[in-house]
Ligand binder design. Structure first.
Ligand code: NAD
Length: 265
């Protein structure tokens, strides 16, 4: 199968958004790199220095839990204070305009919510790294308290109920959140335009949603600076920097921007 049409500006995407009844964005780590949050697979990624601990190892030993927290706080410190970027802002405009009722994200950084999209409309497939929770009772724990507790006791945190406390993210080997998966599936089946932004589409089962949308009749757009395994299935590929590509979207309510306003790449 031939690759989808490849373009380097936003005009065709703006047209497709205008033509569609319901847009669904599906975001990955690439939308947050301009905010200072490293993505996972780029060659110099800080995640390679602090790789996440798999879920079974986390459960198996206190040392692994302490190491998981050490690595998490080392990563958090790298991007403490990160603010939503131009891609987040463009999607928040799309949501505010009523074009995109919800979005699916693989990200754990909470930046879509910070950009103004209500938490209820952000479907987080891999959880959220801005807080922790108890693996038994589900109770929420704040990171600051967890950090202070580890500093004071040298032991990994536990809940009042006795359960282990873990960052509220989905680790490798951990079950996907059932409610988020069901919501993502339902949103995928009701959209007529599915836009993947900043994902290598290598992580399953998350990466199955774009194909499901396509099989269900939606048009599929990929916005990324490099090729992905789904390029051949896409109707349109925008190749370039996400912030540059998405920044002009939705800045002209009620009318399609003129070609002369095209941003240089
Ligand atoms: P990935 O790192 O596998 O892929 C990111 C893609 O975005 C790459 O193809 C990269 O070339 C592209 N990219 C990066 N910056 C870009 C830019 N400015 N413009 C255009 N393209 C850009 O990310 P993934 O597919 O989301 O998978 C990584 C997994 O790790 C996810 O499951 C996620 O949970 C987790 N993760 C999350 C964050 C976060 O929350 N911000 C960061 C790193 C990893």
């Amino acid at each position: 199968m031939a690759a989808g049409r490849i373009e380097t500006d936003w005009l065709s995407l703006a047209e497709m958004i205008e033509e569609s009844a319901e847009v669904l964005a599906f975001t990955g780590a690439g939308i947050s790199t301009e905010c200072g949050v490293p993505d996972f697979r780029s060659p110099d990624s800080a995640w390679k220095r602090h790789p996440p601990i798999p879920f079974d190892a986390f459960l198996a030993s206190q040392d692994a839990r302490l190491e998981a927290w050490r690595r998490k706080f080392a990563m958090d410190d790298l991007y403490a204070g990160a603010q939503p970027g131009r891609g987040h802002a463009a999607l928040a405009r799309l949501h505010a305009a009523g074009k995109m009722p919800a979005l699916i994200t693989q990200n754990i950084d909470g930046l879509h919510q910070r950009s103004g999209i209500p938490d209820a409309d952000v479907i987080e497939l891999h959880g959220n790294g801005t807080y922790a929770h108890c693996l038994d009772c589900g109770g929420r724990h704040e990171l600051q308290a967890v950090r202070a507790g580890i500093g004071a006791t040298g032991a990994p945190p536990s809940c009042d109920c006795g359960g282990m406390v873990k960052s509220a993210t989905v680790s490798f080997g951990q079950a996907m959140p059932r409610a988020a998966m069901l919501r993502a599936r339902s949103a995928t089946l009701s959209c007529d335009l599915f836009i993947v932004i900043g994902s290598s589409l290598l992580v399953q089962p998350a990466a199955s949603f774009p194909l499901l949308a396509k099989e269900n009749g939606a048009r599929l757009v990929l916005v990324n600076r490099e090729a992905t395994p789904l390029d051949a299935a896409a109707d349109l590929i925008l190749r370039g920097d996400i912030g540059d590509l998405l920044d002009p979207l939705g800045r002209h309510p009620g009318s399609r921007p003129q070609a002369s306003e095209k941003t240089p790449l």
